[in-house]
Ligand binder design. Sequence first.
Ligand SMILES: [Zn+2]
Ligand SMILES: [Zn+2]
Length: 888
Amino acid sequence: MKGYRCDRRWGWDCHGLPIETICENALNLRQKSEIHEMGIDIFNEYCRSKVLWYTNEWKTTVERMGKWIEFDNSYKTMDNSYMETIWYIFKRIYNEGYVYKSKKVLLYCPRCETPLSNSEISMDNSYRDVYEQAITVKFKLMSEPNTYLLAWTTTPWTLIGNVALAVNGEEIYSKIQITGTDEFLILMKSRLITIKEEFQLIEEFEGNRLLLKEYNPLYRIYPDTERRGYLIIDGGKDVLSDEGTGIIHIAIYGEFDYEIIAKYELPFIQHIDERGLLIDGPKEWIGTWFKDLDKLVSDDLRRQNLLFSTEEHLHSYPFCYRCETPLIYNALDAWFIKIQEIKPMLLKTNEKINWYPEEISKRYKNIISTAPDWCISRNRFWATAIPVWECKQCANSAVIGSIRELQALALEKVPDDVDLHRHIIDRIHLRCLICGEKMDRIPEVFDCWLESGSMPYASRHYPFENAEEFCSYFPSDFISEYVGQVRAWFYYMHVIAVLLFNEIPFKNVVVNGNILAEDGTKMAKSKRNYPDPNLIIEKYGADALRMYLLSSQLMRAQDLNLREEIIQQVYRRFNLLLVNVIKFYRLFEITNSDKENPESTNILDKWIISVLNLLIHEVSKGMDDYNTAEVSRLLFNFVEDLSTWYLRNSRSRFKSNNEIEKQEAMKTLSYVLTVTSRLLAPLTPFISEMIYQTLKEKKLVTLESVHLESWPNCIDGLINVDLQNKMELTRDIVKKALESRDNAKIPVRQVLGRLIIKGTSLDKGFLDIIADAVNVRNIKLESQEEEHISIELDTEITIDLKLEGIARNLIRHINNYRKEMGLSISDRIILHLETTDEEIMSSVRNHKDEIMDMTQSDSLIENTRSVQNHKEFKINDALVNVSINVKN
Ligand SMILES: [Zn+2]
Ligand SMILES: [Zn+2]
């Protein structure tokens, strides 16, 4: 609408664990080895066939929601062109020295048999609070009789692979004797509080004294290494003084542990295999699932009198976000991108990104600062194959960056459209340029975040195609996703943009929160704890749902509990009010050629025109700031102003016999609706189109759709702040007067004699509006400007006023009847009235002209009724019979 062309192409993330897990379940595969048995080709082709399973559901919902996007020309991360760009990017950053291969301790899912990245884990909040048995274990010192070190752990299964104990050499440790035993126990002095038994303090000393002392291993595993183990080492300040016993048991299954093992060259024991089963340890337990070892180990230690105590411990533990298996830290060979090296550039370029809401920027900075190196390899199947070939003979390796390059170096014939998935690429070999041996591709595939993060390039097959087009689009102007993507998609896109171009990938980013169930829990199909979105749209329309979301804190990266009740309120406050305005507008014809005009002498017209132009200004600003909540608030208020103030107080002008007055009102409303339809177009596309098509029927607009229109410009000269302030005051006075009517229990239809306003002066135009809205004959202003404005309503109903009230009542009944008969405003009628009530008859005689005028009657005949079209109703408990004859 602002004159730019916006390319919006739908994209599909096709790879990775989510789809693999769906397929494993569908094929009833429980282990990774079963995929190998079945054949990676069969498995991958099955994944390919299932990836676009939900395409039609997506298309239907996205279109119904009014999201404007090109669906049919979508990109897919499994497209060959997409994957070839990934190869190009990998080779480029590999050649520039940003990639390395290393053993690292990573969170690992033993069921999916693959490491997971930190972002994958924190993104979907995979940490859950669970109760587990924590145990305190006794390690017997070799050099001192009957003396044990106490160590505490929440993962007893790791004790089988214990290789050392860590203390803090600078802390004080205590040796104690529990009363009634002959054993001596050692733990950190500050942790004596955990000892519940009565004890005697034997001595205190610095942790340094314990260093390099040896202890009896709980389970002796002889690793194929000459490294020395089962001794006490210094863990420094990482040995906390406020947790456990101040002595840490070291096994390979932890980041800290791994560092210690490397630093002290301790034995390297992985007693759990890649499937999470015990492969080294007590014979009778071999093959046991690691989680089941917890109980076996603690029972066994109890039997050996090495279990000091047990307790239920609440802690937060990570689970696989796909299969819910508890994750373990595992030391793995993997490929990494050197995030540490590019951190300064990430932080520097982040200054250029406009985050909305702003506070995300700070959070994002922290994410960058604490980010580990990025593990980009996965030991899985359905993803882009990593284009690295290795020679087993001489360890030489080759990295391939395009299909053409592969064709040139491969031993086998490679077609132009070769599929870059594992099951195809693994059959291709290279010749080692150093020793002449055949080279195999390494088995790993890419982390699919490398694929999503490469979207700006890979979706256009850059640089193989569209290089020029890419340059004109990069960096993109705007991007939006939910808050979980801050450390995922947004972060990875930024990383790759910095690696390739030292640049940001997007300029403005809107981060939204999560939509939760009404009770604040996660929406779950199984729990049926949320209303079906299709039914919501069916009931209230997509615009009501859109407006509900756009106006909420969701758009400020905060979570929203979806409440149907509020959507219904939005529907009533917004959709219904607007639809009623349109219906009303449709009733009248526009006669003059000068059809749409923002100039009128009427004060209400001037006011709504001023309000509207201020609205254009404020909405434009809100949209520029990405503040949809503020924009929605402004639009809600405007629709209310238009419907419940402007229109309600202008109705008589629209129905007036004074053609000039009538056309002035009509032209103003036409102008207001023309601008409103354009202002609403991006937010509520359907209702805005409904307004536009109504204007089109009246030949006020010419384009096919409002969505081809341009954004309206604010005309400053039409904004009249003074007028708007006075109208506010007017509304305030009306509100007060209606309240006092309400207190006196006099219905608005009963005209009253006088309203006295104290403390302010207003022009006649405003006083007329007040008189009309409050339904009083006279308004009296008393005294001059004061801070406090008060009103006094004369509530005495004289006979004269009573008759006028009856006349108004009659008019309302007759017009309702006209509506029932399906008459339009242009249908003229002959009216018959019959009643035995004297008061009603007097009212009819006194107000005959007004009644005829307001009911579009050409004549009013008393005390008769026509044969057809008559109806009876009650006024002040008396019966009246009304007949209507329509004139041809
Ligand atoms: Zn898993
Ligand atoms: Zn070689």
